[in-house]
Ligand binder design. Sequence first.
Ligand code: IMP
Ligand code: MG
Length: 337
Amino acid sequence: MVCTVIVDGFFGDSGKGKIVSYLAYADDVEYCARGGVGPNAGHTVTVNGRAYKLRMLPSGFVNPRTRLLIGPGVVVNPEVILKEISELREGGFDVEGRFGLDAQCAVIEPRHIEADRGGHLGEVIQTTGTGTGPCNADRALRRARLARDIPSLSRYLADVSLELNRALDEGMNVIVEGTQGTFLSLYHGTYPYVTSKDVCSSAACSDVGIGPTRVDEVVLVLKSYVTRVGAGELPGELTPEEVKRRGWEEYGTVTGRQRRAAPFNFELARRAAMINGATQIALTKLDVLYPECRGARDYGVLTRDARGFVERIESELGLPVTLIGTGPELEEVIDLR
Ligand code: IMP
Ligand code: MG
């Protein structure tokens, strides 16, 4: 039995979705439970050349044996959930019968989205405009509606904490999938330019209802360079021209906004490893920094520079780099575990 929590060490968009889906598949994981904020997240999973952009469903969908759950700490948009279920079905991934969300997930309503799209949130913080912050505010005020109040969700309702704790008792493998990134945390991030709750590993456990003593591994996902969307500081930020010249241009999955970018930041990575209690590092998009590495599945074929970068991360963080992403496809991973 292994319980693995997967979180992002920078500002989101590190490629967690790809790492989660790889592990669900490679380790034949029985449960993949989504913690985190809500549909403000965008996870891209590329399988057989087709990219699935998910905002609500767990990235473990690629394994037909994996049960997919959303924990009660996550705020949900019923329309987005139903749309993703049907998009996955179209792509050949039937999740009907293996997807569940907790009856106590708070539900985003049109007024939350409206409140997220202008004024302080929309213009100053530059949120994703998906209604997650206003919904969490309503939950704190004890007036949000819950998933159990929504007829279109009734067939998917589950008791997520009970299911996960039983699965762990029975010796099954569980992945807890976090969202956003450490420095977007309401508590540990660059306040006020942050999301509406804590998004570190302990929060992800709380979101799905498992205690800290149940966790075996915390995988900190670090991209080979740092990106950020929306307002707030980004140390070492490059000009848009320089970002383009380096080939680091990216656009947001949810909002389509161009992401700001900076070189890999060892100081932030060390702090993220500390706050999350990381036990291992997944380094993603190494091929963007070192194009010769594209598609590599064996450490030995990496160039000297690329290996030097990986080894520097290990020595500065005091943690092993166990997974290295070398391309967008699910299997483009060097697995050093
Ligand atoms: P909110 O989470 O929509 O309230 O947005 C708050 C801040 O977090 C904004 O700067 C967003 O751009 C950022 N943010 C929220 N979710 C994500 C994400 O999944 N990836 C990257 N940035 C995000
Ligand atoms: Mg994203």
